[in-house]
Ligand binder design. Structure first.
Ligand code: NAG
Ligand code: NAG
Length: 451
């Protein structure tokens, strides 16, 4: 036995072509939106917080202990998510990606309260993954990088990472036993407000240097961040057009070493394909949030995602999406029952997780009327994490999904949506006024951007 193993190892070392996939797992968790003020005696018009004496006139309904679709997360919901993760694959999990928006959108606490809330979430994850590293990135609701935050995450990040994190909220991690590098970005620096800052310029320079070095060292790279590139953002979170274009250009230039891009922020389960002259060259997968609340585009069930990958080279092999049926959990008296929702490759019939496969999947979302396509229905069911939203996705809405997935440049996205609207109008599926109106709006938006 031992001699056989030795021979295999020697052949591997000599030939450099050994393709023994060594399977590992990592969690991707995002957008906790932890609200310390959530209470089941709360009022949905007050974000599920207790109404003050004057305001409470018996308007509120009883809220669930695990949360409400119109509010941010209760502590019980996040606790149940952590407990569930502890029961799954705890021994062959390699690391955890935690992509920001840790605290609730309308959390009214001061900086110190926010810090306490983040510290409590950090403690929870430290207990949940006591022998693993968690790699956090900042979302737009989180505080700016500081010495305080850096101290909080000191046990997860090596010294070099702590230094760049404290200065700009970004860092890189070298996996010691594989040729995989994790590049954690501060996507807040891509926003219009911050994109011209010194920190933003430093991050670009740093990113180029890290990717160049990874190329030289023949490493594969995961890019991790809060907000994905693209222009379909339903939040008031304005990515700078330039920063978006620059990011996409960077990905194209280094697509050969980028083994995956992982984002959150949208509170939805979706993906992005990046093209270079019409050739699909890279992909990004967006994980749904732990928080059930999505604003203003509906809501979704809480989700957790476990990736399966080849630890030798970082190749993503699959993921399992887990979710909690929030209504059912609130109805039941027992513990919340998190469960597997679907596996990526099986669900969509992909033979691998690659830019090509995801491009082909996106193409299927374009063809035919969406209401009739089984693939689109599957996609939208996953998008909402099996929560039925009251307004269904019509033809124009379906085209917007297709455009968001395939057209990440701002101009291309607008053109895609506009072309779809014209096509729908021509097919008599839409009020004829809509297409010219969108054209006018697009031109107006353009003028505003140019100004
Ligand atoms: C953090 O946890 C402590 C100890 O359990 C608790 O007293 C405190 O209220 C929590 N604070 C927040 C903001 O969650
Ligand atoms: C997903 O795949 C795993 C094995 O990798 C399997 O145990 C599980 O049942 C699958 N789940 C679903 C929902 O298909």
């Amino acid at each position: 036995m031992e001699i056989a193993n030795l021979v295999v190892t020697l052949i591997c070392v000599i030939s450099f072509t050994c393709t023994h996939a060594k399977i590992g797992y990592f969690w991707h968790i995002t957008d906790f939106h932890y609200d310390p003020l959530y209470t089941s005696q709360g009022d949905t018009r007050r974000h599920c917080r207790r109404a003050d004496e004057r305001g409470s006139s018996g308007h509120h309904r009883a809220l669930g202990r695990y949360g409400d679709y119109s509010c941010d997360s209760s502590l019980e919901l996040i606790d149940s998510a952590a407990r569930y993760m502890r029961t799954r694959h705890s021994e062959n999990v390699e690391f955890v990606l935690w992509t920001g928006d840790i605290i609730a959108a309308r959390y009214t606490g001061n900086e110190d309260d926010k810090y306490q809330a983040i510290r409590n979430m950090t403690d929870l994850l430290s207990r949940t993954f006591s022998s693993h590293f968690v790699f956090p990135v900042l979302g737009h609701l989180d505080p700016a990088p500081s010495a305080q935050l850096t101290n909080l995450w000191m046990h997860w990040l090596p010294l070099e990472a702590l230094q760049t994190f404290q200065n700009g909220g970004y860092y890189t991690i070298e996996q010691s036993h594989s040729k995989l590098r994790i590049v954690a970005l501060n996507t807040n620096l891509f926003s219009i407000r911050e994109s011209n800052s010194l920190q933003a310029r430093n991050q670009w320079e740093w990113l180029d240097a890290v990717l160049d070095k990874a190329t030289t060292n023949k490493e594969m790279v995961y890019i991790v961040g809060h907000a994905a590139p693209g222009d379909d953002d339903c939040y008031a979170y304005d990515t700078s057009v330039d920063a978006n274009a620059k990011y996409l250009q960077t990905v194209r230039r280094h697509s050969r070493i980028i083994a995956g891009q992982f984002f959150g922020h949208l509170h939805a389960d979706t993906f992005r394909v990046i093209y270079d002259h019409d050739r699909p060259v890279s992909w990004a997968l967006l994980a749904p949030s732990v928080s059930p609340h999505r604003d203003p585009a509906g809501s979704s069930n809480p989700g957790l995602r476990l990736y399966k990958f080849d630890t030798n080279n970082g190749k993503v092999l699959d993921y399992t999406q887990y979710y909690l049926d929030l209504s059912a959990a609130n109805r039941n008296t027992g513990a919340a029952e998190w469960t597997a929702e679907y596996n990526l490759t099986q669900y969509y019939g992909l033979h691998d997780v690659s830019a090509n496969s995801l491009h082909n999947l996106a193409d299927k979302l374009r063809i035919g009327t969406p209401q009739e396509t089984a693939v689109f229905n599957k996609y939208i069911r996953a998008y909402n994490v099996r929560h039925e939203n009251s307004d269904s996705c019509d033809g124009a809405c379906a085209h917007q999904h297709f455009c968001a997935i395939t057209c990440l440049e701002h101009v291309a996205y607008r053109q895609c949506v506009e072309a779809a609207a014209s096509a729908l109008a021509a097919a008599g599926k839409s009020v004829p006024l809509v297409a010219p109106l969108i054209t006018v709006l697009t031109i107006l938006a353009f003028i505003i951007v140019l100004l």
